[in-house]
Structure formats: C-alpha cells, structure tokens
Design a protein around this ligand. Structure first.
Ligand SMILES: NC(=[NH2+])NCCC[C@H](N)C(=O)O
Ligand SMILES: [Mn+2]
Length: 382
C-alpha cells in the first residue's frame, strides 16, 4: 500500500475514534471518569471507603448432564482469583465461600413435559433458592457480588437475588447460547438452557407449575436484557427473541461491525440512561473453544481473547457493574493444561470486568469512597 494511502487511512481511523468517543462521552457522561466506582445503588451506608467485592461459589451442576462443572468455583479460585484482586488499593474482597448445592448424579428427578423431560428441577430449584438468598444478602454489604458457577442455571438465583437487592437492573448476557428455552421448546431438558424463561415477565405464560420453582418471580423484561456473542440458537429461542424484540448482537454482527460498535449498541439499548445496575452474566463458552476449551457446550467460532476482554472493559467503564456471574467452567472436560488455561482466562475476564486490565489502572481517590478506573494508555491521537 502506498504510504500516502496509509496515512489517509490512519487519519480516517483517528477521526472515527474521536467521533465515537464524543458520542459516548455525551451519552454516558464518560467525562465523569470511567470504571468501577460506587454508584449509590446500595441501601447501606458504608463510609469506610473503597469498593467491596463479595465473592460466592455456586457449584451447581444439576442444570446439565456433564460431571465436573461443580468444580468451577474451586478451579477459578485455584487459578489465583483472590490473589489477583486482593492487592488493589481501594478494593476490598470478601469471599463468602460456596453455597451448599448438593450433588446430583445423572438424573435425580424430572418433570414430564410434552417432549424432553425437564432434568433435575427439584435440586436445581433448591440450590438456586440458596443462591438467590445469599446474593441478596451479599449485596446488602457489598457493592458488587461476583458468583462463580456452576452451570448457567445459576443465573436463576443470582439474577433473582440481585433484583431483590437493587431496583431496575439490566442484564448483559455474554454467551454462545441465549439460554431462553422453555421446558417445551428445549431440545435437551437441561435447565441451564432455560434460566431466562423463569425470569422474564414476558415469558411467564410459558412456565410450568413446578412447586419448587414457585419462589422465582419474574424480574426482567425484554428491554432490560441484551445478548452478545450468541451463535447457537434453537428454533424456539429464535421465535421468542423475534416476538419480544430482545436486544442482541450475534457473533456475526461482531464480525461485521466490530466489538466496539456492538458494545456501544447493546449498552445503549439495555442501559440508555447509563445508571442502571448492570448484571453481567458471562458464560465462558462465549469465548472461542481454542481459548476456553474446558466447558460443556462448546461452539466453534467464538469471541477472541481481546473481544472477551473488551466486553468486560466496556462494562467496567460504565461504572454500573453490580453483579456478575462467571459460569460453565468445567475442569473435568479437558486435560489439566487446558482446564488450567480456561480457569486463568476466567480470572482475566473477571479482572477486566472489575476494571483491572493491562490498559487500565485503578486509582483510589484520596478521601473519596470511590474507585476510578482511568485509561493510562489510550489510542486517541491528536
Ligand atoms: N448455558 C449453556 N451452556 N447452555 C447451553 C444450552 C444448549 C441448548 N440450547 C439447550 O437448551 O440445551
Ligand atoms: Mn449459558
């Protein structure tokens, strides 16, 4: 390429970036500072300063068939999660241990539907009820609750707990799958492919009357939910997404328009005012299996490492992160090295969502109970 063309191209890119930054700045008040800081979502009056992160393990595996996903919390902790977070000034980590989830071998009970029986409703409901109570409690004393799964049915508990503790939450669902099946549309009977049908107001008529799940009250609507990276979508899920116009950026839209555009679009859709508490539900299978192989429902053609981290950085920059799930790490489904690699990537994902990435640094402002995540390296050129 001739050097004059290259210069022109680079000038265009710079202009484009500046434009994007201007639009963002005006829409979401980025000039106020970016990143994780206290947004007064909480009802408690903490004056000791700094952001409190509560961590909970939810070793639930009854939402699917593979053995081993119950070891997800242990694997992520072993990959150094606490050590990575602990030394950051202005951030306090409280580890609440694991919820007692109970282990279900294969098929404990099922609820008969027309097609595939719903697998393990009793144990999945009971474990999630504990998760919901614990997340609700953690959010009374912490600014952010991080839950380590477990399979993705865990989101039934975490989102319920979050919605009990804070008003007006919006959910960003990062996943290869929309997990929006109903017991009737599900091809597998696995509850980890259905958590959202329990939680969405719009889908209450699709629920079966399962006494153990009575406690789950709808708490999100189709406009509070956004998908990113989905690429393996069942016919029943497509129908629901179309019927309720659920905001989404499929992996193909990321290919076409880039991750920056997609994140901006999806955040504007689910959090237009820029001050709703965000629930980030991150399924490790959203990443390409070459990066995160130790998971149960791998789908080729996933997010690159940087795309995954970028999603989390942008969430951190909103300053609205209030709860996060990191689910579906299953260390038993690959060899030791791959399992370790997957857990390490999970730690990286969490760090980035909390505003701790290579391109950012956290700074505690003196005398302020606030963390500010500042860009120490930016591409913006004069
Ligand atoms: N959280 C997950 N990994 N979900 C996978 C769901 C796969 C499939 N759509 C099902 O409903 O069975
Ligand atoms: Mn999922």
């Amino acid at each position: 390429m001739a050097s004059s063309t290259r210069t022109l191209l680079s000038k265009c890119r710079t202009l484009l970036r500046q434009n994007v930054d201007n639009v963002r700045g005006s829409r979401r008040n980025y000039h106020e500072g970016t990143g994780l800081h206290r947004r007064n979502f909480n009802t408690h009056n903490k004056t000791d300063g700094g952001v409190q992160i509560g961590i909970l393990g939810a070793p639930i595996q009854s939402g699917q068939r593979n053995h081993g996903v119950q070891f997800g919390p242990e694997a992520i902790r072993k990959a150094g999660l606490i050590e990575h977070l602990d030394h950051h000034v202005g951030m306090t980590i409280k580890d609440f241990g694991d919820v007692e989830a109970g282990y279900v071998q294969g098929h404990a009970d099922f609820y008969l539907t027309g097609k595939t029986p719903l697998r393990n409703p009793t144990s999945t409901a009971q474990a999630n009820s504990k998760v919901a109570d614990t997340v609700e409690n953690i959010l009374k004393s912490c600014d952010v609750c991080l839950t380590l799964g477990g399979d993705h049915s865990t989101a039934i508990g975490t989102i319920t707990g979050h919605a009990r503790a804070r008003e007006n939450i919006s959910v960003l669902w990062v996943d290869a799958h929309p997990d929006l099946n109903t017991p009737v549309s599900s091809p597998s009977g696995n509850i980890h492919g259905m958590p959202l049908h329990f939680l969405m107001h719009d889908l209450q008529n699709e629920r079966l009357s399962i006494p153990e799940f009575e406690w789950v009250k709808p708490c999100i609507t189709s406009s509070n939910l956004g998908y990113i990276a989905i690429r393996d979508i069942d016919p029943g899920e497509i129908a629901i997404m179309k019927r309720y116009n659920i905001p989404h950026c499929s992996i193909r839209e990321i290919d076409r328009n880039g991750i920056a555009h997609c994140m901006e679009k999806i955040l504007d859709m689910i959090n237009p005012s820029g001050n709703r508490p965000i629930h980030l539900s991150f399924d490790i299978d959203s990443l390409d299996p070459s990066i995160a192989p130790a998971t149960g429902t791998r789908v080729r053609g996933g997010l690159t490492y940087r795309e995954g981290m970028y999603i989390c950085e942008e969430v951190a920059r909103t300053g609205c992160l209030s709860a996060m799930d990191l689910v579906e790490v299953n260390p038993e489904l690959s060899n030791f090295r791959e399992a370790k690699r997957t857990s390490e990537v999970a730690v990286e994902i969490i760090k980035h969502a909390l505003g701790l990435s290579d391109t950012y640094k956290l700074e505690r402002h003196p005398q302020q109970t606030r963390l500010k995540c500042e860009l120490v390296f930016s591409d913006a050129q004069p």
